[in-house]
Ligand binder design. Structure first.
Ligand code: C5P
Length: 221
């Protein structure tokens, strides 16, 4: 894998102990762990602190989508949790995105810490969609000051070509040829994702459900 691209493990499990077990087993092979709505609802900041204390980094994938003031408040809390990156829906509109950016800048400035990356969700990879929809949303997100977007590797090349600013691409829906696609529709392999310009590749079930998760992670890396 190119040194510029990194694999993120989606910790889609339902309890703290299971999440800790995966972190213990897979760090430092995997250096960034994604906490989504299930795990965060189950155990909240405890798992965030656990990962940070271990020396790994957190991708807080709660996909914020609410009125600007509420999202700004949630972003401030995420900054205080010292996460590396977090997500929000670009469909939440421009005012919401700009409020998120300014809350992030303000809170990170107050705490004198690195700003977490704000990543916009375009269209979920479980949906079959037109690339033009993804491009339209990605343009809005980047214009509003987000640091990057989530999209399938199938659109990453188009986004790199059409959006002239520098931004980060996060790609879920990674499946090697011999693995199940589960509920993902727009899947790609690690190789395709990197070739099309993805910086971060999010992998869940291909590692979580493997007989030997460490070996599966090593193979992907
Ligand atoms: O198990 P799998 O590899 O399909 O996991 C993909 C992960 O990426 C899940 O945690 C899912 O929530 C997340 N994700 C996604 N599509 C997006 C954004 C996030 O599949 N557009």
């Amino acid at each position: 894998m190119s040194s510029a691209s990194q694999i993120i493990l989606a910790l889609d499990v339902d309890n703290l102990q299971a999440a800790k077990n995966f972190v213990d087993k897979l760090y430092p092979q995997i250096k960034i762990f994604k906490i989504g709505i299930q795990l965060f609802t189950s155990c909240g900041r405890e798992i965030v602190d656990y990962i940070n204390n271990k020396g790994a980094e957190v991708f807080l994938d709660l996909k914020f989508f609410d009125i600007p003031n509420t999202v700004a408040g949630a972003v401030r809390e995420a900054v205080r949790l010292k996460v590396k990156m977090l997500t929000m829906h670009i469909l939440g509109d421009e005012e919401m995105l700009k409020a998120a950016v300014s809350a992030r800048n303000d809170e990170a400035g107050t705490l004198k810490i690195n700003k977490p990356l704000l990543i916009g969700v375009t269209v979920l990879t479980s949906k079959d969609t037109a690339s033009s929809d993804v491009l339209t949303l990605a343009k809005i997100g980047i214009e509003c000051g987000l640091d990057g977007v989530v999209c399938s590797a199938r659109e990453a090349g188009l986004l790199r070509k059409e959006i002239k600013k520098s931004f980060v691409i996060v790609t879920p829906g990674i499946r090697q040829a011999n693995t199940a696609s589960d509920d993902q529709k727009r899947t790609t392999t690690v190789q395709e994702a990197i070739a099309s310009g993805s910086d971060f590749l999010v992998v869940g079930r291909p590692i979580l459900k493997a007989d030997d998760p460490l070996r599966a992670a090593k193979e992907l890396v």
